[in-house]
Design a protein around this ligand. Sequence first.
Ligand SMILES: [Zn+2]
Length: 312
Amino acid sequence: MLKKKFLFSLSASVFLIVFLLSLSLVKSPIRGQNTLVFPASEIAESNRATASFVKKTASTTSTAFSAAATENARLVNSLGWTFGAKPQRGWQIYVPIIQQTIGTEKSAETPEFAVAVAAWQQKSGLAPTGKLDNETLLKMVAWWQSRRLNSSRYPSDEELVSAPITDFYDQARAPELLKVERETYAAYKKMVAAAAKDLNLKQTPTGELAPEEKFLRIVSAFRSREYQAKLRAASPHSGRAGLAVNSPHFTGQALDIYVGGEPTITKDFNRLQQVQTPAYKWLVKNAERFGFRPYYYEPWHWEYVPKSSENY
Ligand SMILES: [Zn+2]
């Protein structure tokens, strides 16, 4: 009898130890409190960590996040915030890039999405409420912006290549507007080849995009300072991109790529249409593998940020 009792308490202790260990495993993926700069090498790992947090947390506490999910379903279309001086409403346009950042494919109104938001909040030093509120969105925007091309280096002529007109959206584009920084162009071609396969884009027998295929063609690449100055003079009310005195397009490492709708119009309805295309969604998930990072506000604008040029 005593022996039985002893065995029972022994197995109870073993069970307790295993239980405690599994709890510590749930906590372990959450690292780097109060940090905004996540080294690129940590992104995949961070996404895995989020996935594991989500998996472990979702099964036990998704009901606890149903209130956050209800709130997110409201905020996605109504949250008031500003970018620059521009008032913004909701974050529907940014759902694909948010999903990529927090490591979930679930839609904004689901408890699973709220759980993934909570994991990201915890990792970023915010209270893990699961609600994508103003503070969380602004921190996410700051994180996206911190990963952009941090260079205003003007390329020499040798560093630029003239891409064939067949790579461009506008088949009548002027010859001086076909230049791209050499490495950026090579990375772009590799990326488009992979995308064409995954997305079944129309191709020629040699593997180029077919003439009738618009998606992922280059809308705009290198712009010289002279060209930008000419644009400014010709059209002083052409908006921020046209007026830019320090455009990332000066580097030759920024590409505007066709992702649907009107190629480069920032009106919400246009961007909302663009972020729902398979081409845009593919870029959000895959462009980083080829060295390209998004400018979250302009779905068409991608910057080549090779690892060696990162500022951390
Ligand atoms: Zn651009």
